[in-house]
Design a protein around this ligand. Structure first.
Ligand code: NDP
Ligand code: HSE
Length: 439
């Protein structure tokens, strides 16, 4: 073993991921030291409530209620930020960098919204900021995109990148369980964000897609350009009808190079049952990246939870430890591209994307209604792939009608929906879900 002294860590946060990180560092200490070339020791840590009972071995760790005491501790080499949220995380990370500390974080919101500022501060001081755990929990997707696929022109990527959404949709699809009951279970298991609306409204996946798109295309982090939709409007009926048509509903993040700009979107989608992403269930995540040389590459693993996320945090700690003695100019760039080559390429408005659609409408059970619907679609050049009229619900005069369309520009589909909703025979709102074949 190298005679180098241990690398000293200051840890902010002793919750799901902070606790998991301590557990992995203690459990695998010898293996980790053998790989890093030095021991990695947590010397101090902070949490809001020091009186909280925690099933953690905190022996030898100085505990503080004030996170600044950790950030300002002159002994530490690396600050690990596992608090979450924007403030005080941003202020603490910038202060750690100002103090000359390297940073490891799992905080995707922080990186997506303030990463440009944080990386600039780190670069100006020759420091590392590592964030593998910020996207897809235990899957080493950042490392693969930044290093293993460095030779590729990446054409597109698509992923299931929120464990909580996938856990909920899988339980709705496979066990017919209720949305809020499954969300409560995801919270109990430590998968959900402190504010779970970040998960179910697609914001967390939007943060992760922002990071993946920068790594893939060399664009700055621009969360505000991602079109974000969550899963609140997905009903049990949609899940059932999608299944009958040979699809599963998944919450996807998609980034794709097109002729006139880059698509950046997060939303639920019908995915054909035979597609690999349709079979990623529960808290598992998967990211499919298509490069011109490698072709499609699929990465699969646990997307949230204490130990899988800790696996990524600890991998970053080992990486930073190994690189401590390298010249900062020769390290892997934070966002895969050298900063002076990053380009603010145009991004496409969601109205300009092209995809197929699933439409579910409640139509009056009268002659001529379907003719009106198909006339509106045809007038806008929208071709129908399949149409299914379902049994009338008892005690109503309406029948559910499900339509699958061929690919069309979203702006045309929006126009069609406005016209369909104006028909007196169609109940509003009409339900629309995009269909993605992921090829
Ligand atoms: P938790 O809520 O479980 O833990 C947060 C920890 O930070 C707690 O120890 C809490 O103290 C402490 N804390 C919270 N706010 C403050 C504050 N203002 N000042 C000081 N300490 C504070 O969160 P997670 O561990 O789930 O998440 C941490 C980060 O990891 C987030 O950025 C999250 O997005 C990310 N992440 C989470 C994953 C998961 O599966 N949970 C997966 C991948 C990333 P106390 O314990 O006293 O309340
Ligand atoms: N809340 C996040 C999820 C944690 O459910 O995916 C992992 O980033």
């Amino acid at each position: 073993m190298s005679p180098l002294p241990p690398v000293r860590i200051g840890l902010l946060g002793l919750g799901t991921v902070g606790g998991g990180t301590l557990t992995v560092l203690r459990r695998n200490a010898a293996l980790i030291a053998a790989r890093a070339g030095r021991r990695i020791e947590v010397v101090c840590a902070s949490a809001r409530d020091l009186g909280k009972s925690r099933a953690l071995d905190l022996t030898g760790i100085e505990l503080h209620a004030d996170p600044h005491a950790v950030v300002d501790d002159p002994r530490i080499d690396i600050l690990v930020e596992l608090i979450g949220g924007l403030e005080p995380a941003r202020e603490l990370v910038l202060r750690a960098l100002a103090n000359g500390k390297h940073v490891v974080t799992a905080n995707k919101a922080l990186i997506a919204l303030h990463g440009n500022e944080i990386f600039a501060a780190a670069r100006s001081r020759g420091l590392m900021v590592a964030f593998e755990a910020a996207v897809a929990g235990g899957i080493p997707v950042i490392k693969v995109m930044r290093e293993a696929l460095a030779g590729n022109d990446i054409q597109w990527l698509a992923g299931i990148i929120n464990g909580t959404c996938n856990f909920i949709l899988s339980a709705m699809c496979d066990a017919g369980r209720d949305f809020s009951e499954v969300l409560a279970e995801a919270q109990r298991l430590g998968y959900a964000e402190a504010d779970p609306s970040f998960d179910v409204d697609g914001i967390d996946a939007g943060h992760k897609l922002t990071i993946l798109a920068s790594l893939a295309f060399g664009i700055p982090l621009q969360f505000e350009r991602v079109s974000v939709e969550g899963i609140r409007n997905i009903s049990a009926e949609d899940v059932t009808y999608a299944k009958r048509l040979g699809y599963r509903i998944k919450h996807l993040g998609i980034a794709r190079q097109q002729a006139h700009g880059i698509e950046l979107r997060v939303h639920p989608a019908l995915v054909p049952t035979r597609a690999p992403l349709a079979n990623v269930n529960g808290v598992m995540n998967a990211v499919m990246v298509s490069g011109d040389a490698a072709g499609p590459v699929v990465l699969f693993g646990a997307g949230a939870g204490a130990l899988p996320t800790a696996s990524s945090v600890v991998a970053d700690l080992v990486d930073v430890t190994r690189a401590l003695t390298t010249d900062s100019e020769n390290r892997v760039p934070h966002l895969a591209f050298q900063p002076d080559t990053m380009e603010n390429l145009p991004t496409l408005d969601i109205g300009d994307i092209e995809t197929a659609y699933y439409l579910r409408l409640m139509a009056a059970d009268e002659p001529g209604v379907l003719a009106d619907v198909t006339r509106i679609l045809a007038a806008l050049g929208i071709s129908i792939e399949a149409i299914m009229q379902l049994d009338r619900a008892p005690d109503t005069a309406e029948v559910p009608v499900v339509i699958l369309t061929q690919r069309v520009r979203e702006a045309a589909m929006n126009q069609a929906i406005t016209s369909l909703e104006a028909l007196p025979t169609i109940r509003t709102p009409l339900h629309r879900i995009r269909v993605e074949t992921l090829t």
